[in-house]
Design a binder for this molecule. Sequence first.
Ligand code: MSP
Length: 692
Amino acid sequence: MQNSKPKYYLTTPIYYANSRPHVGSAYTTIVCDVIARYKRMCGYDVAYLTGTDEHGVNIERAAEKAGITPQVLVDKNEKIFRDLWKLLGISITDFVRTTSDDHARAVQTLVRRTMERDAQLPPEKRSIYKAKYEGRYCIYDNLYVTDTPEPADCQICGRPAELISEENYFFKLSAYQDRLLELYKTQPQFVQPDFRLNEVRSFVESGLKDVSISRKTIKWGIPWPGDPEHVFYVWYDALTSYMTGVGYGEGLDGEANTRFKKFWPADLHMIGKEIIRFHAVYWPAFLMAAGLELPKRIQAHGWLLFEQEKMSKSKGNVAYAEPIVKTLGNDALRYYLLREVVFGQDGNFSREALITRYNADLANGLGNLASRTLAMVDRYFGGVIPAIEAPAESTLWSKDDLGVTLSKNHAPEAVRVAQDAFGRFDFSAYVSAVWLLVSQVDQFLAIAKPWSVKEFHDLQAILYRAAETLRIAVVLAHPVIPEATQKIWEQLGQAGKLEDIRIDRLEWGGLKPGTKIGKLEAVFPRADKKETLEKIETMENELRNPGSASPAEPKPSAPPTTEADVPKPAAAASPAAVATTEPAKIGIEDFAKVELRVGQVKSADRIQGADKLLKLMVDIGDEVRQVLAGIALGYAPEELVGRKVVVVTNLAPRKMRGLESNGMLLAASAGADGKPILCTFAEDIPVGSKVK
Ligand code: MSP
């Protein structure tokens, strides 16, 4: 049977598969899931795509660091992404891996199609051409440092990068300036929010440079059709995944697939703000060159900050989703992110705030409202939804004077405000509108006091209104908290799946009097803050250092390191040498897992109440890290400033005395009292250099 529903196609960025996803990557995916669910409840046939970006140098590097092949690394991480999306109840229809055969076919088809069109044009008008590329490449870190021939140092190891000169395929982005500006003018919705469109427009107005879209130096990529010495260079490959997912690549023109015909162009590419140029400038130009339709909207959101910075694996300031979901449930994280972050702006992530929100809005708010309303329906009406209205002469309505009586108008007003907010993608306003309704029912029950009402009709009317408003709140909240709302739905005695209810056709009176309610159960048990936090932090530490299961704060009895308060005598300077038991022999690949770099101390301060710890800010080349080091007995803070030290830079962050330490300094412990002596260099050496 032909599906007559209108279509809606949305995508997340495809995430780099070089490490496990954190709450920041989960944020985009959750927001998109809320949109996908909402659109389905508005009657759309929704395709929702996510995936993993598995090519490129950063994957090669991560694999090399882990001592495994890139394929093994991406297979492992792709599974972690998929498992997390499952755990979070993400309703994707498509998952693209850029290493899949389907994707290689799509990328090659797109470029072939573009080159075929080019062949009809004079050479100077062609979009893809071969030319000499010159850039600087670090052979130690396998990284393109700059795309210009001028000398440059690697931002990772500090060594001078080598000049690479090779033939590459280029995309003539410079020829698309006018067409792009015209696009932004005629379709201002193409980039949202508006201020991002302005940024993109000024960038394009300032002139565009052609971009190299292939490389010879890299092996881990999709081969260029008919010229396999070249592989596609990152963005051309990655962006095409949005078409692969809905079937692009079949047939000579690439468009034979019926799914592709139905779903392309995408209605929405949701992205973080840092990748807007690739989406709002490169991508439409690539598609124009191939004569394909453009996506309708690029929506950029802000970053989730953790400890004042963008949550990011390379900075080490990440929180993971799994411990939260396993402790408080999937809905808790989804609700918190949608409610707390003003969509489009940067937002702070805090586990404490998440638990507070959970208790206030979910356990005490919606959860409590559902259980008290339905418990009263059970008690006063034998578990059957009562009749709708009290007679006109009822004394109940005089309580309107109090201005809090829940009238039939509250719910339709909430529906209107919420739907309007959703249309603007103002998710926090959407959630607030629904929770305002929840609190209105609460106030209504507190004032109407059904437990002391004598008049039977009044009691019926009060509880009908409360239960019907609960039904409406639950329908509206479903895209955000799908699990708990489905449970309350069943407790309300409603059959079938809540996701099949039309959110855009919500009307007062949908709850049928006479309906037998379901089995009552608390959906959001209250969480003890301290205990929950500890559980989450313990699980987080386990994810960071598998097998450690160490508590968040090291106990005084923990094996001492230079970070800890209690240095003990130990002979050598490597981190392994401070273990209390005889260290096992390790292979070079294990040692290679420890990333060591030359750092320079920028500032050093004592920590109140800790006589052995110092708080240092250490420049490690591309960032300045906070490191807590147990060296106060050996050094005064002022003698450390400017000093070069050796820093373990890939140690999972740890908290001590409420402060986070992002790394560790190498030091020997001398003499019986274990006085710390910092490792340092006799020769001068650039900050950020790798120590191997
Ligand atoms: N692989 C590219 C995207 C290619 S799309 C054709 C990439 N991957 S990424 O793993 O770095 O993921 C980027 C996306 O993850 C961001 O655009 C954003 O959607 C999400 N986020 C990653 N960290 C985030 C925060 N700290 N906060 C919010 N979103 C974050 O770039």
